[in-house]
Design a protein around this ligand. Structure first.
Ligand SMILES: O=C1NC[C@H](CO)[C@@H](O)[C@@H]1O
Length: 435
């Protein structure tokens, strides 16, 4: 009938369009390519995106759609999200968790990732999905050690001892039982069939890359040569395992760069030379690393800017030497005078974002292997619920995970000046795609 043929005609172009939009992101020498064209990442960190996509409990699908539309309107084309979390007694971890115990996964929460991917596809956005966490705020590697070593999961917000935390958490890489459960989880996610679209994740171009973990480190400041070797091998073996499950997608480590490589540039490059790692990643944190004092910007800005510019550039140079693209997939700055209050200004943040974007767009325009950014982190409509700015189960989720004050680094939907900078930079990178 006429109606059916009109339906068919209507269906075909849509289907064709989806296929065009839905090409897998690939690596073309030192850049990304998608559907035969260069592809740059103008992305957001949105660790809780799958939580918002859950059908009930912590889910808030109406908010998720609004957040994705606001990000899309800001030119954001990619989000970096947490796939799984591990149930733990650590006070500063997110609740609920997708994994209650080894082999016990919450299908409702995992359906949140399905829904997120389905909605990203509609907006021609892609996702970098990380499969573990070196830090405690989603349970992470220390919780795996609680399960398989019987040791207490270490919450650095309680112990106040990050050096001890890092030295102990790297035992994860060598614990065979922990690695076996980790690979069970990887297999479960990478080989998942999306309950919303019916599409296998491994066949879904909405996924840009699988990421081993958020910020995996080889050890603490006194990382030994043996620990470095274990780390390099763990990255290569795990990345190879993922590629064995999924021949379509890229794999990345989630490394911070030098700060996450015991300040050892050779280690950073060596860890990413394996053919199983498709691109490099790095993260830039002037406040966390003590380069800037937000309560004394006048005295510390110049030094922080100099260190930041060096950090930005040296890792692009490392990527050149390794011959792969690199993404600045985390960077952030707090609000003026170290305030967590959404009403506080973002003068210093905007200056910092502007300097970061200047280096990225300048080096990208020169053809250097910087393939884009993800700022940390999208707060959107989320609002802090408590006067002390700490998160409690049931409160809004936002860019700052539970181990940090709610409002520390989040870019809220009311932060118009910052969003304008992001939009402007996204447009500059988009223009380079057409070169
Ligand atoms: O991955 C991360 N990097 C830095 C963020 C802000 O401190 C932190 O919340 C997260 O653990």
């Amino acid at each position: 009938t006429l109606a059916a043929s009109l339906m068919m005609m209507h269906a075909l172009p849509m289907e064709a369009a989806a296929n065009d939009k839905g090409a897998f992101v690939k690596v073309d020498k030192t850049h990304f390519a998608r559907a035969g064209q260069r592809y740059y990442i103008a992305g957001a960190n949105f660790w809780y995106g799958a939580y918002l996509g859950a059908p009930s409990k912590v889910g808030d699908r109406a908010r998720l759609l609004k957040e994705l539309d606001t990000m899309k309107a800001a030119g954001i084309n990619n989000v970096r999200v947490l796939a799984v979390s591990e149930k733990t007694d650590m006070p500063s971890a997110v609740r609920p968790a997708t994994t209650a115990a080894p082999g016990q996964y919450d299908e409702e929460l995992l359906a949140g990732l399905d829904y997120l991917l389905a909605e990203l596809a509609k907006r021609d956005m892609t996702a970098v999905i990380y499969l573990n966490n070196f830090w405690q705020w989603s349970g992470g590697m220390t919780q795996y050690l609680n399960w398989f070593e019987g040791t207490k999961a270490l919450d650095p917000n309680v112990t106040k001892d990050y050096e001890d935390y890092m030295a102990k958490t790297v035992r994860f890489y060598r614990n065979d039982k922990a690695q076996a459960e980790y690979r069970n989880v990887i297999r479960k996610i990478v080989q998942r069939v999306n309950t919303v679209t019916g599409k296998r994740y491994a066949d879904d171009p909405t996924v840009m890359s699988w990421q081993l973990a958020n910020e995996p480190r080889p050890g603490n400041a006194r990382t030994t040569a043996e620990e470095k070797a274990v780390y390099v091998k763990w990255i290569a073996d795990t990345a190879a395992f993922i590629h064995g499950l999924d021949a379509n997608h890229l794999v990345s480590s989630g490394s911070e760069g030098l700060a996450g490589s015991a300040q050892d540039g050779e280690l950073f490059m060596q860890a990413h030379r394996t053919r199983h790692i498709d691109y490099l990643t790095y993260h830039l944190w002037p406040k966390n690393w003590g380069w800037i004092d937000s309560r004394n910007v006048a005295a510390t800005w110049d030094g922080a800017l100099e260190k930041s510019r060096h950090y930005l550039n040296v890792h692009i140079d490392y990527a050149k030497r390794v011959g792969k693209p690199i993404v600045l997939e985390e960077f952030g700055m707090d609000r003026d005078n170290a305030s967590f209050d959404i009403k506080a200004g973002t003068t210093v943040r905007d200056r910092f974002y502007g300097e970061v974007f200047n280096v990225i767009t300048t080096r990208a325009a020169k053809g250097d292997p910087i393939a884009g950014f993800n700022f940390w982190a999208w707060g959107g409509a989320g609002r802090a619920a408590n006067r002390d700015y700490w998160w409690k189960e049931g409160n809004d989720l936002m860019g700052d995970p539970p181990q940090e004050e709610q409002g520390l680094y989040s870019v809220f939907d009311t932060d118009a000046s910052t969003i304008a900078l992001i939009k402007e930079t996204a447009a500059k990178l988009k223009a380079l795609e057409r070169k």
